[in-house]
Design a protein around this ligand. Structure first.
Ligand code: GDG
Length: 470
């Protein structure tokens, strides 16, 4: 009996050199957490390898990936455009993040989303055995639990969604809402980051489908589906240990030299309208206007990692950020100081670690975020227990990290006040808050998250079996 993880992307980095593909296991949170499971040899991972592979090379790629226990689903450029960039990122992503005006309800996106979910199912059927546990990840594969349930009525199927689940009033706007829900309830256990997502899902399902609920269980046609919150954690030890490595120490010296008196504020996000990047910049502008005493004394290090910039809303957002930062810097800078150090690129993890370890404040202000791992990575990197996390109440992480300075990201004055509070916070208060949050992030780490989900999936399946035999 093995665990079969299915996600849109395989956990690999691809290097294409001299017409040769090399695949390196990636170190993302999910891959780390599942490392013990999928590298054990008894488990496998199914997903898209991240590039379009010509048909004549697919066998070669399949063999290379098999050495890592990975099984590819090959997608054409047209499928990537319609299923991934189209339905996943131009319908589900904006709707699930409450930005419905950005959604394009295109029939062709939906048709392709369905056929790609079928394609994943077909691939899974080639490798699945009767008693395998199936764990499907995220919003690109919402139909897969239902498709697999039809083919394998007794299978053990878990599903976890990494982004928020919206309220019924928002979800009902989707033209294909019943089909999506029917797909999801093919799972035995459905997980979200927070209890609010669970509530929204249950209320949506009971209003749109012929199912009823008792507590967190949905009853449908003699099947029971359990819906629960599993707040995802990070690899705490990795982030905590990294700061002590020679490479990171060097980076820390490099950042801090000449900035001993400067208060550094850090923000790290993928380019996304859900992350509140512009609002954060506006709050900083407000601060410099209202508190000129901080001019020359604070610096924002803002890393924005390129993402989806072929989608028009993303490239527009990028232009707006460029413009805002340029304008703000031009107005407030001096010869040897600028308020915003803006980077539109990604960095090696050692640089991130050094930034986490040096920043006095980490400013995380998404308009809506399933969890937000950056906030947890900052906490894990604060081995001296100092530093202040400012966290949006719209991030799933705010439910656990209640010792952060919590803000409403739509309230720019609130963010400004939070930055002032953080700048003035006495060290003993910083330490008290940070210690409490570190204890939570250390205990509820990514391994705990994986084990807890798998354990619940087993329990749910066992209780279904005992119901059937009664
Ligand atoms: C989705 C949900 C949920 C960032 N820049 C660099 C880099 N990163 C890494 C961070 C962090 C990850 O990317 C970002 O994770 P988040 O959780 O903040 O956000 P999403 O990408 O939107 O993730 C989110 C998550 O899924 C998990 O369920 O929390 O709500 O939207 O780990 O460290 N990594 C490297 N260089 C960079 O420049 N190496």
């Amino acid at each position: 009996m093995k665990t079969v993880i299915i996600s849109n992307r395989l956990p690999v980095k691809i290097i294409e050199e001299n017409d040769e593909y090399t695949f390196i296991p990636s170190e993302g949170g999910l891959a780390t957490g599942l490392g013990d499971v999928y590298k054990s040899g008894n488990s496998i991972w199914i997903g898209w390898p991240g590039i379009e592979v010509p048909e004549e090379r697919q066998e070669e790629v399949t063999q290379k990936l098999a050495e890592l226990n990975l099984y590819p689903v090959f997608l054409t450029q047209n499928e990537i455009n319609l299923y991934y960039e189209g339905f996943s990122n131009e319908v589900l992503w904006p709707v699930f993040h409450y930005v419905v005006t950005y959604a394009h309800f295109e029939q062709s996106y939906w048709d392709c989303y369905k056929s790609v979910n079928e394609k994943f199912a077909k691939r899974a059927m080639q490798v699945l055995q009767r008693k395998d546990k199936i764990w499907i990840q995220d919003y690109q594969l919402l139909l897969l639990p239902g498709i697999l349930r039809e083919k394998l009525p007794n299978a053990t199927i878990g599903f976890f969604q990494h982004i928020p689940f919206p309220s019924y009033e928002i979800f009902r706007l989707i033209p294909w809402r019943e089909e999506i829900l029917n797909g999801l309830i093919g799972a035995d256990l459905i997980g979200f980051h927070t209890y609010d997502d669970v509530r929204h899902f249950i209320s949506t399902a009971t209003r749109l489908l012929p199912v009823n609920s008792s507590s967190n269980v949905l009853n449908s046609n003699e099947r029971q589906i359990v819906v629960e919150a599993f707040p995802m954690g990070i690899d705490y030890d990795k982030f905590s240990d990294l700061t002590a490595t020679e490479k990171v120490k060097k980076e820390i010296d490099y950042f801090r030299t000449g900035k001993e008196e400067m208060k550094v504020i850090l923000s790290i996000d993928r380019l996304d309208y859900s992350k509140g990047i512009l609002e954060r910049l506006k709050a900083l502008e407000l601060l410099l206007q209202a508190h000129p005493e901080y001019i020359g004394k604070i610096e924002l290090f803002m890393i924005v990692v390129p993402s989806r910039d072929t989608v028009p809303q993303y490239s527009e957002l990028r232009d707006q950020i460029d413009q805002f930062v340029g304008n703000l810097n031009a107005r407030y800078r001096s010869i040897n100081w600028i308020p915003v150090n803006y980077f539109y690129r990604s960095f090696p993890i050692e640089v991130l670690s050094a930034l986490y370890a040096t920043a006095d404040i980490c400013l995380v202000t998404p308009m809506r975020d399933g969890m937000n791992l950056v906030s947890k990575e900052y906490i894990a990197s604060r081995n001296n227990n100092d530093g202040v996390l400012i966290l949006s109440e719209m991030a799933g992480a705010s439910k656990e990290l209640t010792d952060a300075v919590i803000v409403n990201p739509n309230n720019l004055g609130d963010i400004m006040e939070a930055i002032v509070t953080a700048l003035k916070m006495p060290l003993d208060e910083q330490q008290q808050r940070m210690k409490a949050m570190r204890a939570i992030v250390e205990k509820f780490n990514v391994k705990h998250w994986v084990n807890n989900f798998i354990l619940r999936l087993n329990e749910v399946k066992d209780s279904q079996k005992s119901l059937l035999t009664k």
